[in-house]
Design a protein around this ligand. Structure first.
Ligand SMILES: C[S@@+](CC[C@H](N)C(=O)[O-])C[C@H]1O[C@@H](n2cnc3c(N)ncnc32)[C@H](O)[C@@H]1O
Length: 216
């Protein structure tokens, strides 16, 4: 049975994990993030942006250039410390500790919510819960990255467990855009667009959501 507590929730609490995180990224992840950030800039207008599960803040600065204010939130003090060091003293950025499963913001507090490299750490029930929180606090759009089922990267991950003879440890959860769309529709949102730059090789994908009444 998949437990409700996912590995990423504890692992990133560690200082060593915060230090290990890199500021550079793979070509497919970089393409996904570039697309997501360019989309976000179309929605920002005058409102604040939430960088959810911001980690060491490697994407937060890119969001500031389109928005007057960015809240960078993460559950891990160690990751937030690394983010504060990386981001410096920028008045447009607030870095704070929060739990994505229960966001401390009123409905519609942000124009857009962005969340990179977070959803593939989440088992299905937690994914749906956190997506629900994102839709609740966002007004115009939400952009998240995920890992799609069926790519070479997905098959390689399964093969690694089999070849090492290890019990399957859920560190990465691969899912489908259809699943995201079903959850979104149950909250009055929908998937507007999904982009995966190297769909056969890499599982990386960015998903843009909008409220259904805005998309019609
Ligand atoms: C792989 S890192 C991604 C960081 C960053 N978005 C990036 O792209 O580099 C995943 C992050 O999710 C955070 N996290 C895990 N569970 C969380 C939760 N329930 N609420 C907020 N952050 C959480 C971890 O602390 C970690 O920093």
């Amino acid at each position: 049975m998949i437990q409700d507590q996912y590995i990423g929730k504890q692992r990133f609490q560690l200082v060593s994990e915060a230090k290990r995180r890199r500021y550079h990224q793979s070509p497919s992840n970089a393409k996904v993030i570039d697309w997501a950030i360019s989309e976000i800039k179309k929605y920002v207008e005058q409102g604040p942006v939430l960088d959810l599960a911001c980690g060491n803040g490697r994407h937060t600065k890119d969001l500031v250039s389109g928005s007057p204010m960015v809240c960078a939130g993460d559950i891990s003090f160690a990751m937030l410390k690394a983010a504060r060091e990386h981001l410096g003293d920028d008045k447009a950025i607030r870095a704070l500790r929060l739990d994505a499963e229960n966001l401390p913001y009123p409905d519609g507090a942000f124009e857009v919510t962005f969340s990179a490299r977070f959803f593939h750490h989440l088992p299905e029930p937690v994914r749906a819960r956190i997506l629900g929180e994102i839709f609740r606090v966002s007004k115009n759009a939400a952009l998240v990255t995920m890992k799609k089922r069926g790519s070479f990267e997905h098959i390689r991950t399964i093969a690694k467990y089999i070849l090492k003879g290890k019990p399957f440890q859920y560190q990465r959860f691969f899912c489908t855009v259809g699943e995201f769309d079903r959850v979104a529709r149950s909250h009055g949102w929908m998937v507007k667009k999904a982009v995966s730059p190297f769909p056969i090789l890499s599982a990386n994908c960015a998903v843009l959501f909008e409220p259904i009444n805005r998309s019609c």
